[in-house]
Design a binder for this molecule. Structure first.
Ligand code: HEM
Length: 404
């Protein structure tokens, strides 16, 4: 079948940067075809993204503002249906959004997150001890064994998820980000994941603890409090976003240093800081690649195009960080570049709630890993590193290393 617009998105995310360049060649905001034949706009320009992210005429609520979805033209066979059906602050608009955002945002203010530093350091040290106990020369996937385990332990502990349930509850979020699975698998995963969360909330209701899930449950009795479904929706997003993009930030930063000896030297000898590495990774390898949805509430002219009321829009953060109009030699990974500014945590009223926590985790994890294992090397050739298999996240499938 003839594609209906110049760039048809690859569900496997084989090369999201090359794809981002192709989309950008058609303009900072241009048409794309998503898997399932759904037409959308992709925003790849830095200024255009900034404008869309801060414009209240874009909603995040498909149930109110995505005309094709409301007309029944987007069905269960759309591979991103999990992100559409999910009811939480990422799919809410206006006062619904602010009511859902407030209890979470309050828990992740920079001051509260800074108070978590000692605990993040403890988790990091424990994980490094586990890694050090391995056989010398053993090949270890640092993504699954460290970049994933650190944020997942932190977020599960904050929300009081018992250890025995963690694997399953986090797995639901991982599968939801996999754009290569069939729509049936995606729907079945979402149903299973949702039920697990319902059971968990019910258990917490009966036996509250000193965790954020119990705090959310306590709001149920207040006038603007959350309903049980809204608590489940909030857990979906907090557990998934608390883990997935952070593991990609840490995994991508580690891979960037292990594949570029000059950059590693600059960071290790102090010519550039670990924060420089984090910012450059956020810019050049944005962990959230092509999400979340926006829907035009009315016809909006922005970035030289008119987006019709009801049209879906995706911010292509991976391409925005490499906009040649905003960055010199944008594909080059350079921790010393002065123009590392990025929008990889979003902007405006929907900006990432977990930004401070994600930064803290990376600030603790990265120097600790390289200081504990100064001989760490990649265990495969750089060209054998494979992408994760999704176009909505930007990460590597595995990062195999030798620690010593
Ligand atoms: C490197 C790690 C992370 C990156 C790159 C990232 C990126 C993003 C982006 C791009 C958005 C969308 C903003 C928008 O819609 O305009 C977002 C939203 C969000 N993030 Fe993060 N995130 C990260 C880590 C986290 C963590 C650790 C948490 C939880 C503790 C979190 C919780 C959220 C939530 C709840 C939202 C929805 C905000 C809203 O709709 O109002 N994120 N994030």
């Amino acid at each position: 079948m003839e594609p209906r617009c110049p760039v048809v998105i690859d569900p496997n995310g084989h090369d999201i940067h090359a794809e981002g360049s192709r989309i950008h060649a058609n303009g900072p905001i241009s048409r794309i075809e998503l898997p399932g034949g759904v037409l959308a706009w992709s925003v790849t320009g830095h200024d255009a993204a900034s404008a869309v992210l801060t414009d209240r005429r874009f909603s995040k609520d498909p149930r109110k503002h995505w005309d094709d979805f409301l007309a029944g033209k987007v069905g269960e066979d759309f591979p991103l249906i999990g992100w559409v059906l999910m009811e939480n602050l990422t799919t809410a608009y206006g006062t619904d959004h602010s009511r859902l955002r407030k209890p979470c945002a309050n828990a992740f203010t920079p001051r509260r997150v800074e108070a978590m530093r000692p605990r993040v350091e403890q988790h990091t040290a424990a994980l490094l001890d586990e890694l050090a106990a391995g056989a010398p020369g053993e090949v270890v996937d640092i993504k699954s064994r460290f970049a994933h385990t650190l944020p997942s332990r932190v977020i599960c502990e904050l929300f009081g998820v018992p250890e025995e349930d963690r694997l399953e509850m986090l797995r639901g979020g991982e599968v939801n980000s996999d754009t290569t699975i069939s729509p049936e698998e995606s729907a079945a995963n979402f149903a299973r994941w949702h039920q697990q969360m319902l059971d968990f909330v019910e258990a917490k209701r009966r036996a509250p603890g000193t965790d954020l899930t119990s705090d959310l449950i306590a709001t149920m009795d207040q006038p603007d409090g959350l309903s049980p479904d809204e608590i489940v929706g909030t857990l979906h997003i907090m557990l998934a976003t608390g883990t997935e993009p952070v593991k990609n930030l840490i995994g991508n930063a580690v891979a960037a240093l292990l594949t570029r000896p000059d950059q590693r030297k600059l960071v290790e000898d102090g010519s550039a800081s670990w924060d420089d590495l984090i910012d450059e990774t956020l810019r050049a390898e944005a962990p959230v690649a092509h999400l979340p949805f926006r829907f035009a509430v009315e016809d909006v002219t922005v970035g030289g195009v008119t987006i019709a009321k009801g049209d879906p829009v995706l911010i292509n953060f991976a391409a925005v960080g490499r906009d040649p109009g905003a960055h010199e030699g944008p594909a080059e990974f350079d921790v010393t570049r002065p123009d590392k500014d990025n929008l990889s945590f979003g902007a405006g009223i929907y900006r990432c709630i977990g930004q401070s926590l994600a930064r803290l985790e990376a600030q603790v994890a990265l120097p600790a890993l390289f200081e504990r294992f100064p001989g760490i090397t990649l265990a495969v050739d750089a060209e054998d590193l494979r992408p994760q298999g999704t176009f909505i996240m930007n990460g590597l499938d595995t990062v195999p290393v030798r620690l010593q």
